[in-house]
Design a protein. Sequence first.
Length: 294
Amino acid sequence: MTKKNILMVVNPISGDVDKSTFIQEAKFYADDLNIRFILYETTGKNDEEQIRSLCDLHQPERVLVAGGDGTIKMVAEALEECDIIIGILPAGSANGLSVDLDLPSDLMENIKIAFHNAPMEMDMIRINGRKSMHLSDLGLNAELVKNYESGTTRGKLGYALQTFSTLSEMKEPFSAKIFANDKQVEVTARIIIIANSQKYGTGVTINPNGKMDDGKFELVIIKNLDLFVFGQIITGNMPLDSEDVLIISTDKATIKTEVPVPFQIDGEYIGEEKVVEIDILHKQMKVAVPVSLL
C-alpha cells in the first residue's frame, strides 16, 4: 500500500512566533497516522517555485501552512494549478483568514481540521492583478496598516496605538466613482472596503452578509467615520441601515478616485492608487474548515 504524503509549509519569521511546536505536533500527528511528513521552511527566495517542485515530486494529499495571511496566499498562488486541500495553522501577525474561517485558537484542534476536515472551495479576488483572500481597502484603514507596518509595536497593542494616531491625524474624505452592476455611483468616503469575507483579523465584523464561496464580493463604502459610527463598527454593530454605509454586491467593479488614496490588500500596504480594477476568482482554493462552515 502506497504511503500518503503531507507537505507542511512554515514561515519561520511570521508573527514573531516560534514554529517549533507547530512542526513537532504536526509531525507527531502524521507519524501516528502513518503519513509521510515533508517540511518546507520559507526563505523569501523562490518559495513558490520550491513549493510547486515539492508537490510535483511528492504528490501530497494536503498542504499545511503555518504562517499568516501572506504565507497562505503565497502557497495558494503556488498551488493554483493543483487540486489540493490547504490546512491552515494560524501563526502570523495577520491571521484574518483564520478568523473568517472560524478556526479554533487551540493548535491541536487546528491540526485535526487541517488533516481530516472537508474543504470549502473558496473564492479569491483579483485587484489590479494581485490576489486577495478576504479584505482589502482604500482610505483610512489602509493608512492605519501603513502606520502599523512602520511602527515598532506588534500585535493588538500596536494596532490600538496606531488606530488612535491615525484617527487623530485623519485626512479629508476622498471622492470616488464606482462602476459595478452596469451602474455608476459617485461617493465621498473615508474607507472603501473590497470584501470577500466578513471580518478583519481583529475580529471586527465589517461585512455581515459576506460569503467566501458565493462568486461575489462586496464593496463596503463607509462615508462617515465619526466616533459614533467608529464605536458601532468596533463593537460589532455595523450600521447597515445608516446613511453612513453603502454596500454593493457584485462580481466585477472599477473604482476611480480623484486623488491617489492609500490602499492595502489583506493587511499588506501596497501604496496609493487612483484606479482599482476588481473581479472575482470563483472557487479558487480548497481550504479545510470546521464542520460548521460546510
